[in-house]
Ligand binder design. Structure first.
Ligand code: CMC
Length: 434
């Protein structure tokens, strides 16, 4: 990646009678940044920013979010246009390469991904090592990490060709690995990929076909899932992406880095939220119980939060949630589900929360996970597969971000510092004298 950091001014910092100057860089969109890389050298002090709420950890050209306005752009293109008009393969190409492909480029990329969908036969043995009731995310962390033990010819991160092959391999194999995790958990035989199907239809078939009966992919449903994948593909420097970058900054191989990203995504405050949101809607069950849950969410002494509400960056309606809400209705209509009680609860909960002073004041809006659970459940996926689907789609973003980092001339190993507030230096005391 060519660095486009351009100085647009300077900021000075005063500490007593000392003054220090730092460059200011201009962003294409969004806030400027103060370049404090020389802060410690100049002042002997660190900045303190747990959770990185005011810290830009890297330069990136991939994704832009304006949380106040509710905007999400992939390589400059608004997410709603991509979700409505494009498809998985094209958006994956865009994220990885920076531009939309022409016909030939799309065909070549599609072909390369399709040719990598099968997994090494021995990889299947890993599944047998897991308990039958293992969470599929546990399987994903293990099996994706294990890919580095199978594809030695694409683990040299200094070779651009190997990086490309590893990238295509992971995007191609993720649906196969995810579908195998699902099949294993329900005690069914693995279904091989079929190269005549598109990326998302192939995944659905690997999940829902059985030996005794093939699965006919419903185009409306696979289009909806394709849309869901596009919405989840990238989200700039979130926890899992930062994890992938941090793991990669030490020179770890890409398969290990993506496994680290999957582990980070698993948490309920991140990728696990769609599962948590659906569980919450099920727990609420009926519209008349909503006020009780709103009350609990507002109670400082109650740890309960409205899952699928609020976001670190979006302080407006999550632009992905708008597309997701529409896709949810499309799926339920296609399946002829007119009166899904969970959808009724979700819509009423959303209406009440959006009018409630607590949520309005804190700018808590529905996020993508609020409607994705209902949609995925309607598509036939059990709740513990939801985060796996998120991981499958986010793999594209992780890889794009990892590649960008490797090519960044300013890249260094990630090594945050701390403010130490523990015991001052003291001498060891023998056990008998303590
Ligand atoms: N329900 C009730 N109160 C909430 C909620 C919620 N869902 N979210 C935030 N708040 C309150 C919180 O209690 C705090 O109140 P106060 O200022 O009085 O202490 C205030 O809003 C700010 O919350 P925060 O935790 O400091 O904000 P954050 O930016 O650290 O957290 C969040 C963001 C997403 C972790 C949080 O909103 C949350 O836990 N939401 C529920 C989980 C969820 O839906 N996560 C999915 C995120 S979208 C998927 C993705 O992009 O990964």
């Amino acid at each position: 990646m060519k660095s486009d950091l351009t100085k647009s001014g300077a900021i000075s910092l005063t500490n007593g009678d000392q003054s220090f100057e730092f460059p200011v860089f201009k962003a294409t969109h969004g806030p400027d940044v103060f370049d404090i890389r020389s802060l410690y050298r100049q002042t002997g002090a660190f900045t303190f920013d747990p959770g990185f709420t005011s810290t830009a950890s890297c330069e990136s050209k991939i994704t832009y979010i304006d949380g106040d306005e509710g905007v999400l752009l992939y390589r400059g293109y608004p997410i709603d246009q991509l979700a409505e008009r494009s498809n998985f393969i094209e958006v994956a190409y865009l994220l990885l390469n920076g531009e939309l492909p022409d016909r030939q480029q799309r065909e070549n990329f599609d072909h390369s991904i399709t040719m990598h969908t099968m997994v090494h036969e021995q990889l299947k043995n890993f599944y047998n090592g897991f308990r039958r009731d293992a969470h599929p995310m546990a399987i994903m962390v293990g099996v994706v990490g294990a890919l580095s033990a199978f594809y030695h010819d694409s683990t040299d991160i200094n070779d651009p060709k190997q990086r490309l092959v590893a990238s295509h391999r992971m995007i191609a194999k993720m649906p196969t690995i995810a579908a195998m995790a699902y099949k294993y958990s329900i005690g069914q035989a693995f279904v091989f990929p079929r190269n005549d199907l598109d990326y998302t239809s192939n995944f659905m078939r690997m999940c829902f076909a059985v030996q005794a009966e093939d699965y006919e992919v419903n185009k409306t449903l696979s289009d909806a899932l394709d849309k869901i994948f596009i919405l989840h593909m990238d989200h700039e420097q979130n926890a899992s992406t930062s994890t992938v970058r941090l793991a990669g900054s030490s020179g770890a191989n890409p398969f290990a880095c993506i496994a680290a990203g999957i582990a980070s995504l698993w948490g309920p405050a991140h990728g696990g939220a769609n599962e948590a949101a659906l569980n919450m809607l099920e727990e609420i069950g009926t519209v008349d119980r909503i006020p009780e849950y709103i009350r609990r969410a507002k109670d400082k002494d109650d740890p309960f939060r409205l899952m699928g509400f609020g976001h670190r960056v979006y302080k407006n309606y999550d632009p992905r949630a708008k597309v997701m809400r529409k896709a949810c209705h499309e799926v339920l209509d296609a399946l002829g589900v007119r009166e899904d009680p969970l959808l009724q609860v979700a819509m009423e909960l959303e209406r009440i929360a959006l009018e409630d002073e607590y949520f309005v004041e804190k700018r808590l809006y529905p996020n993508i996970d609020f409607y994705s659970g209902i949609t995925l459940r309607a598509l036939g996926f059990p709740t513990d597969m939801f985060t796996v689907l998120f991981a499958l789609a986010r793999t594209v973003g992780w890889i794009a971000q990892w590649s960008e980092m490797i090519e960044d001339p300013n890249q260094k190993i990630g090594r945050p510092r701390q403010i130490y507030t523990g015991a001052p230096r003291r001498d060891y005391i023998d056990i008998g004298e303590r």
